[in-house]
Design a binder for this molecule. Structure first.
Ligand code: PGA
Length: 257
């Protein structure tokens, strides 16, 4: 990462894990693990299931931990059974939201067009967005990773203004590395994060590209985080499995610090 130009962001993606009481315990444990540490140069976020938001927000209050959600709908309200709007998240104390995670794309029919709608709605509600992009294994093997990622970034960010981009974090998550224990090499992660920065430079300005936080995600853990975060273009991590254990998540925060 290059802290001169941009902020390090370490975000946990809890996925469909933890009951509300366990969520409060995990936030408390992360606070305890970080007791006395100066986390002023890294932003720490826990993105939690909807039903855990209240407990997590209460437990994180007054600490360095920000609470995020894992998705939101693009409409403000209406007949969308089972959905949650961005305004609802804000009203519950949520500050961040993950949009376009590959599991949403893979299992719930999410497309770049719906991702773009959700990104717009989340920004309008005042949320910070963690936008996920990433290639499938077949796409990497076909040598089209950069084309795929560039296309995702362009469609997902359609009509997003330069001003709104201040509230966007991009997470590069190769789909083949998520939850598989197969991490991209630090070089692969850096290469694609740099390519994303180039795409942003072309879409907006080189200065905006330099200032945008781009995370790596996919089996990041306490062991491999230092090497990944040492790369120029890797400004943080979106962490699944390892974010569910306070000591492991803290090791990653420490590496980012
Ligand atoms: P993982 O998940 O760290 O368990 O691979 C990352 C993610 O899906 O955001």
């Amino acid at each position: 990462m290059n802290k001169k130009y941009r902020r390090a962001v370490i975000a946990g993606n809890w996925k469909m894990n933890k009951l509300p009481a366990e969520a409060a315990q995990l936030v408390e444990a992360i606070k305890a693990e970080n007791a006395g540490a100066d986390n002023s140069n890294v932003t720490v976020v826990c993105c939690v299931p909807y039903v855990d938001i209240d407990a997590a927000v209460k437990a994180a209050k007054g600490s360095f931990i920000h609470i995020g959600a894992e998705n939101c709908h693009w409409e403000k309200s209406g007949a969308f059974t089972g959905e949650i709007s961005a305004d609802m998240l804000v009203a519950c104390g949520v500050e961040y939201v993950i949009i376009g995670h590959s599991e949403r794309r893979q299992y719930f029919g999410e497309t770049d067009l719906t991702v773009n709608k959700r990104v717009k709605a989340a920004l309008e509600a005042g949320l910070q967005v963690i936008l996920c992009v990433g290639e499938l294994l077949e796409q990497r093997e076909q040598g089209i990773t950069e084309e795929i990622i560039s296309m995702q970034v362009k469609i997902d960010l359609a009509d997003i203004t330069e001003e709104q981009m201040k509230n966007i974090i991009i997470a590069y998550e190769p789909v083949w590395a998520i939850g598989t224990g197969k991490t991209a090499t630090a070089e692969q992660a850096d290469e694609v994060c740099e390519a994303i920065r180039k795409t942003l430079g072309a879409l907006y300005t080189p200065a905006l590209a330099e200032a945008t936080t781009i995370q790596y995600g996919g089996s990041m853990n306490a062991k491999n985080c230092e090497e990944l975060l040492a790369k120029e273009h890797v400004d943080g991590g979106l962490i699944g499995g390892a974010s569910l254990k306070a000591p492991d998540f803290t090791a990653i925060i420490k590496a980012a610090r």
